[in-house]
Design a protein around this ligand. Structure first.
Ligand code: AMP
Length: 143
């Protein structure tokens, strides 16, 4: 199973925001969409960073609620680790574990084409295990 298969099931929509978006607006976007991370992208679609709920909590703890007026580019992670559609789920899990993050943008020829979260990977793994168990039961039942 690879990243393309995950995107086929979950879709390719990614919530993005421009670098000058205030952190409060980013927090609102996270809440409205029930997600944990936003990809920060320029008007031409070029990815310039990624910001997760952890970054917002860290900044509030460090400097107080006034940081919510700051542009997101002040606290986003600029060195974004992305993956490709041909990457396998094992590669994805390896990267997420090594870097200790839960989200990876999917990029194709420099363009953002999707986003995979640790939740998506776990869901796919469970579905895969259930399919294998059902096939095994069928095999045993029919001899
Ligand atoms: P997360 O566990 O994904 O909520 O993010 C934990 C930290 O890693 C935050 O500082 C994020 O900005 C950062 N982060 C999340 N995803 C990525 C990614 N794909 N590449 C680089 N940094 C990331």
């Amino acid at each position: 199973m690879n990243v393309a298969a995950i995107l086929k099931l979950k879709g390719r929509d990614v919530i993005t925001a421009p670098p000058e978006t205030p952190l409060l607006e980013i927090a609102r976007l996270l809440g409205t969409h029930g997600i944990g991370c936003i990809v920060v992208a320029e008007a031409d679609g070029k990815v310039s960073g990624i910001v997760s709920e952890r970054d917002i909590v860290r900044e509030i703890a460090r400097a107080g609620a006034s940081v919510l007026d700051q542009p997101v580019e002040a606290c986003m992670t600029k060195s974004v680790v992305s993956c490709r559609e041909s990457d396998t789920m094992d590669q994805l899990m390896g990267e997420m574990t090594a870097h200790r993050f839960r989200h990876m943008p999917v990029v194709d020829r420099g363009r953002l084409v999707g986003l995979v979260s640790i939740g998506d990977v776990v869901r796919m793994r469970i579905a895969e295990a259930e399919m294998e168990a059902a096939a095994m039961r069928e095999y045993i039942a029919t001899g």
